[in-house]
Design a binder for this molecule. Structure first.
Ligand code: ADP
Length: 164
């Protein structure tokens, strides 16, 4: 059993896709363990988009992402399920919308390329953040949720799937 962090970024909220995206996760039987809407400042954003992102993608991308994630309200959620980290990444699709497969959230609702974003000096707007690894997930969850904001409920449908 795993928990993973999902953020519906400002572009998802702005485009009115919150309900559709959450519905996709519910339909595969992932349990919502925590959910809230909030807007954070740059200091908080920097705890999420850490130095690691600068090392992987460049300081420029980290700065853009900190700016982007703090630019408007977002929806933060914690999803729980069997190997949830991998399942949610599969549903979200690859980072670049242009390359994200149809059927994934990024592939179905966005399309731009890294090349285009870089030429415009803007971040790639790809709607969703999802934890990248089992090690990363609890660290990221702690950036956004206090322990008492997460729930150990056992919704009826989990009897047939998660079987706690
Ligand atoms: P992911 O969100 O798929 O885990 P990363 O952690 O590597 O991907 O990157 C964080 C976010 O930074 C991406 O979701 C995307 O919004 C943005 N990003 C990554 N690379 C670029 C780039 N070359 N140009 C603009 N934005 C980027």
């Amino acid at each position: 059993m795993e928990r993973t962090l999902v953020l519906l970024k400002p572009d998802a909220v702005d485009r009115g896709l919150v309900g559709e995206i959450i519905t996709r996760f519910e339909k595969v039987g992932l349990k919502i363990a925590g959910l809230k809407m909030l807007q954070v400042g740059k200091e908080h954003a920097a705890k999420h988009y850490t130095e690691d992102l600068a090392q992987r993608r460049g300081q420029h991308v980290r700065d853009l992402m900190i700016e982007m994630i703090s630019s408007g309200p977002i929806v933060a959620m914690v999803l729980e399920g069997v190997e949830a980290v991998e399942i949610v990444r599969k549903m979200v699709g690859t980072t670049e919308p242009k390359s994200a497969a149809p059927g994934t959230i990024r592939g179905d609702y966005s399309h731009v390329s890294f090349k285009h974003a870089d030429s415009k000096k803007m971040g790639v707007y790809n709607l969703v953040h999802a934890s990248g690894s089992v090690e990363e997930a609890p660290v990221e969850i702690a950036v956004w949720f206090a322990p008492e904001e997460l729930h150990d409920h056992k919704p009826g449908y989990t009897k047939h799937t998660i079987a706690y």
